[in-house]
Write a protein that binds this ligand. Structure first.
Ligand code: NG1
Length: 489
């Protein structure tokens, strides 16, 4: 619990039973055999020295508030990314393959200083993020940097991409853990969660830290309340009678594409809101420009309810255009504060302006719901109450944060009509998955009803094949976080 979690090391096991516990299936065994085979085929019959795996996650509540410094409440899921790795002293490069031919192979030079080619949107960008992260961490912590050495890597992932289940972090974290292990290093979970959050930003999104934290620190049987600065997690025991169903609305939302109009724009809007609030609350321009998150505004005024009232009083509804913002914070500050390439892209492409009040109200209210949800779990209240918070979260994401889409809204409504206690979009939104809370004995009936009301028409329209529905709609349990499997070679 708490800081202890962060100080633990990634478990190193010698059997799949140890890695997956009771959830180990024949399918998973076959997957590992398949990755090994693909590795041997790609790398002249040599076997991998180790496997690292890291899971995707479903966020139960607390959307778009991790980058504002607020706690979130996700759980790791059973779907994961496996990375088979071996040092290759002779190759002088990092070679990356994937068991799925759709994801083409790529080689990289060894220098960790190389840039991630964000324009290419190639899937291996996340591999390079994880690789660079290991060296960034060593550099930052002043540790001895090991000699770079060739690495052979083969990857297999079951977390669907663009679905809000964080396939990107599962990949980035699994690679970071594999590289760490291959180079004979051994960092704490807290260190890895922290540097993978930072290094995933090389992919072009302003990542908040939730996904990496839960992928590294997840535990079977419990959800986690994740706090930031520093990253710590606390177990949240979910009600005995609660089960979670994940459904993919089938609208793909690829985070890296269009980030300047969606994810990164929201990050900029929240920061602008925080700076303008700081100025209006009497801070000097210089101090206000240093504010990174809305949480700092809450700390400045002393409480969440006061922060919410002040925001309603000091910010206006609708869009702020660039000129209004320049008048409020100064032209120079406006350009200087947002110095990262990702933020610059937001500013140069922005036409509509920035909505500051509604984004702020979402962040403050969502941060409150996370704590109500965690407290309700601790008090073992009726799961229906948790459903109310989840519904409130979706409504806030839809109306205030505008990160839903018609397909997600329809799926959420379908879950509720099918008998779920509550449902909401999960992850960044604009497509991808929704998560529903249902009573354990209602799982099958909800699954059947949602198949019928949401997926049947989409199968008929050719949007999804009948055989794929089981992968788009499934019940899930809290699963374990990253692990290393040492092979017998
Ligand atoms: P997705 O797009 O679901 O992986 C993203 C961010 C999170 C968080 C959520 C919204 C990354 C890697 N993940 O998740 O940190 O901000 O959106 O709550 O950028």
């Amino acid at each position: 619990m708490g800081l202890d979690d962060a100080n633990e090391r990634i478990p190193v096991s010698s059997s799949l039973e140890e890695v997956y516990g009771e959830s180990l299936t024949e399918e998973t065994r076959a997957r590992y055999a398949g990755v090994r085979e693909a590795f041997e085929k790609a790398y002249d019959g040599r076997s991998p020295e180790a496997f690292a795996r890291s899971p995707g996650r479903v966020n139960l509540i607390g959307e778009h508030i991790d980058y504002e410094g607020y706690s979130v409440l996700p759980m790791a899921i059973g779907l994961d990314t496996i990375v088979a790795v071996s040092v290759n002293e002779k190759s002088g490069k990092i070679t990356v393959g994937n068991t799925n031919e759709k994801y083409t192979s790529k080689s990289f030079e060894l220098s960790p200083a190389q840039e991630v080619d964000t324009a290419s949107l190639h899937w291996t960008n996340y591999v390079m993020c994880g690789y660079k992260g290991v060296f960034d961490f060593l550099n930052e912590s002043g540790a001895a940097i090991p000699q770079t050495v060739g690495l052979d890597i083969m990857i297999d992932g079951t977390v669907p991409t663009g679905s809000g289940l964080s396939s990107s972090s599962a990949l980035c974290c699994a690679v970071a853990v594999a590289v760490m292990h291959a180079l004979g290093l051994n960092f704490t979970k807290g260190e890895i969660a922290d540097f993978t959050c930072k290094c995933e930003r090389y992919s072009g999104t302003q990542s908040g830290g939730m996904d990496q934290a839960i992928s590294i620190m997840g535990e079977a049987g419990v959800a986690k309340l994740v706090d930031f600065n520093p990253i710590t997690t606390n177990d949240v025991q979910l009600p005995e009678d609660a089960a979670f169903i994940i459904g993919n609305c089938l609208a793909v939302s690829n985070k890296a594409e269009g980030a300047h109009e969606r994810y990164n724009l929201r990050v900029v809007e929240c920061r602008l809101a925080a700076i303008i609030l700081g100025i209006k609350l009497g801070m000097s321009m210089e101090d206000a420009a240093k504010i990174e998150t809305l949480k700092e505004i809450e700390q400045h005024v002393g409480s969440m309810s006061v922060a919410k009232c002040r925001a309603e009083e000091l910010l206006h509804d609708g869009y702020y255009d660039a000129r209004e913002i320049e008048e409020l914070i100064g032209v120079e500050a406006f350009m200087n504060v947002f110095s990262s390439p990702a933020s610059k892209l937001v500013l140069t492409h922005n036409e509509k302006g920035y909505k500051l009040l509604s984004r702020t109200l979402h962040v403050f209210s969502e941060a409150g719901r996370v704590h109500l949800f965690a407290a309700a779990c601790a008090m073992k209240v009726d799961p229906a109450e948790l459903g109310v918070y989840m519904n409130g979260s979706h409504e806030s994401c839809r109306a205030l944060y505008e990160c839903s889409c018609p397909e997600l809204d329809e799926l959420v409504d379908t879950f509720r009509a099918a008998g779920a206690h509550g449902a909401r979009l999960t992850g960044a939104g604009w497509g991808g998955c929704a998560v529903a809370l249902v009573a354990k004995d209602a799982v099958n009936s909800v699954l059947e009803a949602v198949k019928e009301s949401f997926y049947a028409s989409r199968v008929a329209a050719g949007i999804i094949k009948q055989a794929e529905v089981g992968r788009a709609l499934f019940a899930t349990l809290p699963s374990s976080g990253a692990a290393i499997l040492q092979t017998a070679n």
